[in-house]
Design a protein around this ligand. Structure first.
Ligand code: SF4
Length: 434
């Protein structure tokens, strides 16, 4: 009988992309997908250790899977797969611990003949989860060692794919009609391949592939955001006008203790530069072009963050006028440098700081969105539910249209914006497929 597999993915875009590679790898070994994890021969869980809440999910989930499927081989990969304390805690429920870089060796662990000679797991082709939008990893790992972050321990040091591999993968997708290519890595802007190609060169090369598609990338580190990259973002027509630039904090001393290697001033100047480079190009255009949107990640309540230091983050928020922010309350991650610092901001105060930033964010996002009223934008639709059909604009704004609107998931349509909110727009499709 045919062997089956099931994958559960928790966490970031890199984890989603890793799961796509695991799926294709298992299929190459003769396994086929099943929705029933209780009956699967192999159940893979791609874990996230960035927040305590994501980690806690695993402690409930993995024993449940094993109990409901005692014969299945349970594989644990992702951020938690190298952690000794997690291994001890879940020892009796996990059959194979697999840091993602060991994917090429999985065949042998499953007792199959496989592709163990592959140099690097990113050489394994993915089974894409979408037929119109694809994550294309350009590398893996991180060398930055921000003091709160598990990624350098969980994924190891930075390694990058040769540009020709990335370009070949993108070309293949575009030929198949993919509408959106998202280049991903923990820190895209420190990309360098063996032939000396840097990230702006790579972006330009992918942008220059023939075809009608949108290009995105994530995530950038402010210390590596060069003038060359900013110029490239502004100069590449297929590159969407959205930059995700994690600030993490607005106080220089907190940033120093986070080992972020930039100051609040540097961060704000970068944003000014990005807007100055991009937005004048929009003037004198006959049709509406979305301005660049800037989004960020923030941690509130980092060890030792005083009320005054938090106010520096609030000031950064007002000055930066973000379109969106992912605000996390600090939680210590085992094995990181900050886990040795005293977690001295209480939960209630962390929540209060999160809410204060959220209030500022709602205001700046709403002001930024006002320009959209009555304008026509392109939207790539990606989700439909009872409330309507949803998609994203080039600037990554979420747009909702009526459920019965003539639009299909995976298609780009032109939409007239009729209503604006802080974190979303509503509109009416004015014509079908682009
Ligand atoms: S840059 Fe910092 S936060 Fe980002 S993955 Fe690397 S260590 Fe983690």
């Amino acid at each position: 009988m045919e062997k089956t597999y099931h994958i559960i993915t928790i966490g970031c875009q890199m984890n989603k992309s890793d799961s796509e590679r695991i799926a294709n790898y298992l299929e190459s070994l003769g396994y086929s997908w099943t929705d029933e994890r209780e009956r699967a021969d192999v159940v893979v869980t791609t874990t996230c250790g960035v927040r305590q809440s994501a980690e806690d999910r695993i402690y409930g989930l993995v024993p449940r899977i094993k109990r409901s499927n005692p014969k299945g081989r349970i594989i644990l990969t992702g951020c938690l797969s190298r952690r000794e304390d997690v291994r001890r805690r879940l020892e009796e429920y996990v059959d194979i611990w697999m840091p993602i870089t060991e994917l090429p060796d999985l065949a042998a662990k499953l007792g199959k003949k496989g592709t163990g000679s592959l140099s690097g797991y990113l050489k394994i082709n993915p089974k894409y989860g979408s037929n119109f939008s694809a994550f294309v990893p350009i590398g893996n790992g991180c060398d930055n060692f921000c003091t709160y972050c598990v990624v350098p321990y969980a994924r190891g040091r930075e390694t990058y794919r040769p540009a020709e591999d990335v370009i070949r993968e993108a070309e293949g997708l575009i030929k198949k009609g993919y509408k959106e290519i998202i280049l991903i890595a923990q820190n895209v802007n420190s990309y360098k391949d063996e032939k000396g190609m840097d990230f702006p060169d790579l972006l330009r090369a992918v942008n220059d592939i023939e075809g009608d598609f949108w290009l995105r990338f994530a995530t950038s580190h402010p210390k590596d955001m060069s003038n060359k990259l900013i110029g490239t973002i502004a100069g590449c027509a297929k590159l969407c006008q959205h930059v995700h630039l994690p600030a993490q904090a607005g106080d220089d001393e907190v940033l120093r203790r986070m080992n972020r290697k930039y100051t609040k001033d540097h961060y704000l100047k970068l944003i000014e530069k990005i807007r100055a480079e991009f937005d004048p190009k929009l003037k004198n255009r006959k049709s509406f072009v979305e301005p660049i949107s800037i989004t960020t990640d923030i941690i509130v309540g980092f060890p030792g963050e005083t009320k005054e230091q938090f106010q520096e983050t609030a000031r950064l928020f007002r000055a930066a006028r973000f379109d969106m922010a992912y605000i996390a309350q600090y939680s210590p991650r085992p094995g990181t440098a900050s886990a040795k610092m005293e977690d001295d901001v209480c939960r209630k105060e962390k929540k209060r700081r999160e809410e204060e930033l959220m209030k500022i964010l709602r205001k700046t996002a709403l002001v930024n969105n006002k320009i959209y009223q009555g304008k026509i934008v392109e939207v790539l639709f990606d989700k439909k539910n009872q409330k309507g059909i949803f998609g994203k604009t080039r600037a990554n704004k979420t747009v909702r249209c009526d459920r019965d609107a003539k639009a299909k998931i995976g298609e780009i349509a032109r939409v007239k914006i009729l209503k604006i909110q802080d974190f979303g727009l509503e509109g009416k499709i004015i014509d079908g497929k682009k």
